[in-house]
Ligand binder design. Structure first.
Ligand SMILES: Cc1cc2nc3c(=O)[nH]c(=O)nc-3n(C[C@H](O)[C@H](O)[C@H](O)COP(=O)(O)OP(=O)(O)OC[C@H]3O[C@@H](n4cnc5c(N)ncnc54)[C@H](O)[C@@H]3O)c2cc1C
Length: 420
């Protein structure tokens, strides 16, 4: 059976997939391997998780280890995904600060690439990490934490799979909360530009969906946190956009059956933050994805720059999503020390055509110091990328300390991180 990523657009070159049943087995495997790569839930679209040697999957190490209500943290094994974790936490009366669009993604893999949700005051998902246990090249377990190793910790969390196999993560939690999701249709593009800041501030998490085919944003998804017992009726108009009268899929032609509940109906945080329901489990997807981050003050210029090439984008596109993410201190995060707007593209599965349009998009965004999502498709050069990461030298040093022979190296890391 071919071993591919979730989208099926990338066939891994890995020779074999090991699925250890214990941390000790992972340690033994690391000790005896010359080269090895951790693979998560395979949701990345490029070769970041590939290797010509062997893969190690932590799919069997998928338990919640402990919950600490005093410290407000949860500790999980390295194979847990967000869906499992969210269900567990909610059952215990706790919550995460944010989630990605799909809940099926592994926590370790998501944090390794700075996966994010939306919300101008919410950092990416990796910002919730408080400690990590990593099996480094020696086979020993090294613990990094914000409290005990504060100097290195910001370099370790968004690790691009370079430091070793993450076998445990401790994440910050908060008391469970309620949310409601309201969708508006046809937000005029000019209104979106003029009121961008107010729109982003209007809810806990805001997503703007567009197919770049009209002079408007197709849909505005507002995810609002609500206090117990509060259930205000949404207003019928939002900066010229009209309240939707039924649940919608971001791609309007598709059924909303797999989308999380909208229409202002109040529900649990983990049933509103992702766009897609947890009990809908897509094993693969007929799509490609790219995503570009620019500093928040450049949001309007970036969106206008993309609009100016919409005729090149629209024929290849399923849907685009515009989100905001708060600044963080994680060295390899695209939001390192800068609030960002992220412009995401879900493409039709037309790899050759998509790879041709990406440089056109990147050229538009380069003046705005664009950074790509590490786990999605991009064509920006290694030298360009390396200039965008002020702490890259420190990250390389960290890797040299823990993996001097690049046991966890691969072509992606050689090209974008180690070369130069
Ligand atoms: C349908 C879909 C929706 C998505 N939605 C979003 C979204 O809303 N926001 C967003 O930002 N991104 C999104 N993504 C992208 C996705 O979150 C990232 O690509 C993420 O890295 C995937 O995690 P994974 O577990 O599948 O990792 P993989 O793709 O399996 O691996 C990614 C990296 O993580 C490393 N890794 C994985 N597990 C470990 C481990 N245990 N120890 C050490 N390193 C490890 C791998 O070596 C590799 O470097 C989406 C992707 C898909 C397919």
């Amino acid at each position: 059976m071919p071993h591919t990523n979730w989208a099926g657009n990338y066939h891994y070159q890995a020779q074999h997939v090991h699925q250890p049943q214990s941390v000790t087995e992972v340690q033994e495997l690391v000790r005896k391997s010359e080269n090895l790569k951790a693979v998560g839930s395979r949701h990345s679209f490029n070769h970041i998780a590939d290797t010509t040697a062997d893969h190690v999957s932590l799919a069997s190490l998928n338990k919640v280890v402990s919950l600490d209500p005093q410290q407000m943290t949860v500790t999980i094994e390295g194979g847990v995904n967000y869906g499992q974790l969210a269900n567990y936490l909610h059952g215990q009366g706790f919550a995460l600060h944010n989630m990605a669009s799909l809940p099926h993604i592994s926590v370790a893999g998501a944090c390794a690439t700075a996966t994010h949700g939306s919300g101008e005051k919410s950092g990416n998902l990796a910002t919730a990490v408080r400690a990590l246990e990593i099996i480094t090249a020696s086979g020993n377990i090294v613990t990094f934490s914000r409290d005990e190793t504060p100097d290195m910790f910001p370099g370790v969390v968004v690790n691009l799979g370079a430091l070793g196999v993450v076998v445990k993560l401790t994440l910050a939690i908060e008391p469970a909360y309620q949310m409601r999701q309201v969708v508006y249709q046809n937000l005029p593009f000019a209104q979106m530009l003029e009121h961008f800041d107010k729109i982003q501030a209007s809810a806990y998490s805001v997503s703007l969906f567009t197919d770049w085919q009209r002079e408007s944003i197709n849909q505005v998804w507002l995810k609002q946190r609500v206090a117990d017992g509060q259930n205000n009726q949404p207003v019928s108009e939002f900066y010229g956009a009209v309240l939707a009268v039924q649940n919608l899929h971001p791609i309007e032609a598709l059924s909303a059956i797999n989308c999380t509940e909208q229409m202002g109906i109040v529900g649990a945080w983990h049933e509103r933050l992702p766009h897609f329901k947890m009990n809908f489990t897509p094993s693969s997807g007929d799509e490609l994805q790219s995503e570009y981050f620019v500093p928040r003050p450049q949001a309007q210029s970036a969106l206008q720059a993309i609009q100016s090439i919409q005729d090149k984008i629209a024929p290849l596109l399923l849907i685009s999503e515009i989100r905001t993410i708060a600044a963080d201190d994680l060295w390899m995060s695209p939001c390192y020390q800068q609030d960002c707007v992220a412009i995401h593209f879900t493409w039709k599965p037309m790899t050759a055509e998509v790879m041709e349009v990406l440089p056109v998009i990147e050229q538009q965004l380069e003046p705005m110091m664009v950074r790509p999502h590490w786990g999605k498709l991009f064509t920006l050069s290694a030298s360009y990328l390396q200039e965008r990461y002020a702490r890259l030298g420190d990250f390389r040093q960290l890797v040299t300390t823990h993996d001097p022979q690049h046991k966890f190296g691969n072509a992606f890391l050689e090209e974008y991180i180690y070369a130069g």
